[in-house]
Design a protein around this ligand. Sequence first.
Ligand code: URA
Ligand code: SF4
Length: 266
Amino acid sequence: MSRRTEILDEMGLSPRWTLREGFARTLPTAAPGTVTGTPAAADDASSPDTSDTPAAPAAVDAQGRATAIMQMDWTPLAEAVAGCTACPLATTRNCTVFGVGDRKASWLFVGEGPGAEEDERGEPFVGQAGRLLDNMLAALGMKRGDDVYVANIVKCRPPGNRVPAAAEVAACEPYLHRQIQLLQPKVIVALGKTAAVTLLGKEQSIASMRGKVFRYRDTPLMVTYHPAYLLRTLPDKIKAWEDLCFIRERVAEWRAGAAQDAQPPG
Ligand code: URA
Ligand code: SF4
């Protein structure tokens, strides 16, 4: 069996992924560029206001709501999401899906939005794609709840699993932003294009974003393929594996750097 076949086999659907020592180093990874992305909201804040007219009431309301969300601790934040009616997805959801995991996590994985099973259970990534995500984490020696937090761009299921509309994403963004502020993760991993494009405020393909370090406000952000996409496109699993190994190396470097900075001089 060729090495590539062996690797793909190992990453197949049925057996769990297993991490082999030195494996990541044998695979080519994209050059580690550092690119600073500009989140959409920061763009808005920095663009000069050229109008003399006061903001429309809806915009004032949205601003007031976002400001209130930014003051919330975990419990009020979770309650606000549970009762949220800020966008039309509230009318079709069963459960809101707040996010789950270690509130001191170094790793924050961000998906697109709940699917049918998540909408039933109120937890992110519990369907087939979620099982693949859990297997990928297990292969890295990680699991949700232990230094890992999992959330989505929108907290309510878009009907038929359609991509969330821009207005829905905009209405929901303050919740994720506040989750990120409270978590202060070492890295955000955007799973798939919706998460990546939303968090970076820039339309780009996953292929062009892999292997680079971006930023969401002050937090390093890296991207990889969405597990649901990987279920449909098995050969790209190897790329997702490369991405996760690359990200893990960066996190280890930052940890080592932070530990060194904390040493007293001399
Ligand atoms: N897909 C997502 O993006 N998020 C989930 O929670 C489940 C599937
Ligand atoms: Fe509120 Fe977000 Fe659900 Fe829309 S998707 S109703 S903004 S929690």
